[in-house]
Write a protein that binds this ligand. Structure first.
Ligand SMILES: [Cu+2]
Length: 357
């Protein structure tokens, strides 16, 4: 009974899918929201950010899907319901760009946060011998490693140790559970200089998104471990937003290298590979998704609809291509030590430039 109710609400949500796609968020971007590495926030900003996260976890749900109790659950639902449609496809980067922008909006509009939005500088932390010494995993930040001997190691310190999540994967009845983690520094190799350099050297989105979605994306999830390695449920851990903030900062830096072309450069399949969804235990997306995706064929275009489960207006990929635009309205700052290597062709020879941002 519960399962059919939950699915019914998914399909109800689709009734406004195409209409909402045309509305979008059109407020003028006047003051851009600053995004920086966690370590660049003042201690006052860090604690205000954490307080705002706790506020979202306590605020009542506005979606009122069966099982959602809090605003945090609303965000969680939005990712859960379409996990087999937003990963392993061209819209992977733009969808998550919009998703983290909405999270930032909720912090500001519903929880009164006014500071910068932090991201996890994974390149800086990729050389750490143990992630337990990383600043984001301290008790005054997001708490440390999970503890215990069970299959799920629950975090026991920091501000989120008592946070309660409610939603599970589709078809599994909601139940209270805590955030679990299993830190593993070795897997942060995907944030290492050599790995991101390989992505910076690619010149088309069609090839670059797969590079960013590969090691740089998966290693932040794997290094945090626990809930973060569940492709469906990972946004339950607030570290998710710092990880995807970093990935988006990398995509924006990549776009910035050739803005005239890369503000319009989109591509990639719009249906995930069967092997991919099979590995994460999900079915391929059906016509309830694919008939409304905004693309003419099997390739992701600028017209592709970024669906937001009725918690926020849907927009198109085109709407989020420029982070300085009205929908995202952000400005990225990078650590002083941030460097990357990109290639260019001079007289038929590939030259590698190391760029210090
Ligand atoms: Cu995701």
């Amino acid at each position: 009974m519960f399962q059919s109710l939950q699915y019914a609400s998914v399909f109800l949500a689709f009734s406004s899918f195409a209409v909402a796609a045309e509305t979008g968020r059109r407020a003028k971007c006047t003051v851009k929201v600053v995004r920086k590495p966690w370590d660049m926030l003042t201690s006052k900003e860090r604690s205000a950010y954490i307080d705002a996260e706790l506020c979202l976890m306590a605020a009542p749900s506005q979606l009122n899907i069966p099982g959602t109790e809090t605003r945090w659950d609303d965000l969680h639902w939005n990712h859960i319901v379409q996990a087999n449609f937003i990963h392993d496809v061209g819209q992977f980067l733009p969808w998550h760009r919009y998703y983290i922008a909405i999270h930032g909006d909720l912090l500001r509009n519903e929880c009164g946060y006014t500071g910068p939005l932090p991201y996890w500088d994974e390149t800086a932390d990729s050389a750490l011998p143990s992630l337990e010494s990383a600043s984001i995993f301290q008790p005054d930040a997001f708490g440390g490693n999970g503890v215990g001997s069970g299959p799920q190691k629950y975090i026991a310190d920091g501000p989120f140790a008592n946070s309660t999540l409610h939603l599970k994967r589709l078809g599994v009845a909601p139940a209270d559970y805590k955030i679990y983690r299993d830190l593993n520094a070795r897997t942060l190799i995907g944030g290492a200089q050599a790995t991101i350099d390989a992505c910076f050297q690619i010149s088309t989105y069609t090839a670059a998104w797969e590079c960013w979605a590969g090691l740089p994306h998966s290693s932040g999830h794997g290094a945090t471990g626990g809930l973060m390695v569940d492709v469906v449920l990972s946004p339950g851990d607030p570290v998710f937003y710092l990880h995807h903030g970093w990935l988006d900062a990398m995509w924006w830096k990549w776009q910035s290298l050739d803005l005239p072309n890369r503000l319009k450069d989109m591509g990639g399949r719009n249906i995930p590979r069967e092997s991919y969804v099979g590995n994460i235990g999900l079915p391929l997306p059906g016509p309830e998704w694919t008939n409304h995706d905004g693309d003419d064929g099997s390739v992701t275009t600028l017209n592709h609809v970024l669906y937001m489960s009725d918690m926020y207006p849907n927009v198109t990929v085109a709407d989020v291509m420029d982070v300085r635009g009205d929908v995202v309205c952000a400005e990225y700052f990078y650590n002083d030590s941030f460097t990357f290597t990109m290639s260019r062709i001079v007289d038929g020879i590939i030259v590698f430039d190391t760029i210090i941002s």
